[in-house]
Design a protein around this ligand. Structure first.
Ligand code: CAA
Length: 258
């Protein structure tokens, strides 16, 4: 399928997905969200890491589309929010690692889509914020949940109540991003991280992601038991046999992902 708002390119198992709505600084409209859902449902099984970025050098995503939201009633508002939250949940549950390469404004829904990714890195001109209350709404694509989870309640409440964006260095300080790079280096750094991830066993990566996500909401004993089960399952994979055999025989390993 060809997309209006998405561009994607895959090489060596790394897919770069660019969100592109240049007239609105890549704001998320319903059509774009629909395309994103379709893309995630049909992602090629050969893709081992997904990188998400925004078109241009000014904005990653400037939020949900305010023009589209401006005329919604309560039921439509609920549905618009659900459309975004469902797609972001799909993204969060993708069985491969996802890196957000945040190349500028990540406001409202833009900060929220970055938070649904596994890892966030950004350019030095990036700005993160949840300005929704200034528009008379609250974060609507799971921002109240994921921001507090990532940076703690105090900072999440400050960002959401003031609506004031933070700069890249502050995002780094509070742990919202893992690294900040000059704009010109961002995509190369994202590719470098993706390539490092790609060298590792795909099934183990999938299980590790599943553990980290699932265990967060469990009690300690349940979480530890969960990991124990998944650890055991690794030993039923060819990747474990091949990875350990290669180590013991001082060889390079090519993981098959099974
Ligand atoms: N929705 C729709 N259009 C948007 C947009 C958005 N979120 N953000 C920017 N645009 C449009 C502008 O209306 C403008 O269009 P025109 O050229 O037709 O006037 C164009 O993009 C360029 O924007 P600006 O002229 O405003 O650019 P700027 O450099 O002066 O400012 C900005 C950049 C600070 C990002 C500013 O555009 C801005 O504040 N945007 C809105 C940010 C925002 O409030 N996001 C949250 C949306 S609500 C949300 O996301 C809810 C949710 O959780 C689901």
């Amino acid at each position: 399928m060809s997309y209006t708002y998405l561009k994607n390119e895959t090489s060596n198992g790394i897919c770069t997905l660019t969100l592109s709505a240049p007239k609105s600084l890549n704001a998320l409209n319903s059509e774009l969200l629909g395309e994103l859902g379709h893309f995630l449902d049909n992602i090629d099984s050969a893709v081992r890491v997904l990188i998400i970025t925004g078109d241009g050098d000014k904005s990653f995503v400037a939020g949900a589309d305010i023009a589209e939201m401006s005329t919604l009633d309560e039921r439509e508002g609920f549905e618009f929010g659900k459309r975004g939250t469902d797609v972001f949940r799909k993204l969060e549950r993708l069985p491969i690692p996802v890196i957000a390469a945040v190349n500028g404004y990540a406001l409202g829904g833009g900060c929220e889509i970055a938070m649904a990714c596994d890892i966030r890195i950004c350019s030095d001109n990036a700005r993160f914020g949840q300005p929704e209350v200034g528009l008379g709404i609250i974060p609507g694509f799971s921002g109240t949940y994921r921001l507090a989870k990532l940076v703690g309640m105090g900072m999440a409440k400050q960002m959401i109540y003031t609506g004031k964006p933070i700069k890249s260095d502050e995002a780094l300080r509070i742990g919202l991003v893992n690294a900040v790079y000059p704009q010109a280096e961002l995509m190369a750094q994202a590719m470098k991280m993706a390539a490092a991830i790609c060298k590792n066993a795909p099934v183990a990566l999938k299980y590790a992601k599943e553990c980290i996500e699932a265990e967060y909401d469990l009690q300690a004993d349940e979480a530890i038991a969960y990991e124990n089960r998944m650890f055991g399952k690794c030993f039923a994979t060819a990747d474990q046999k091949n990875g350990m055999h290669a180590f013991l025989n001082k060889q390079e390993v090519e993981f098959e992902g099974r």
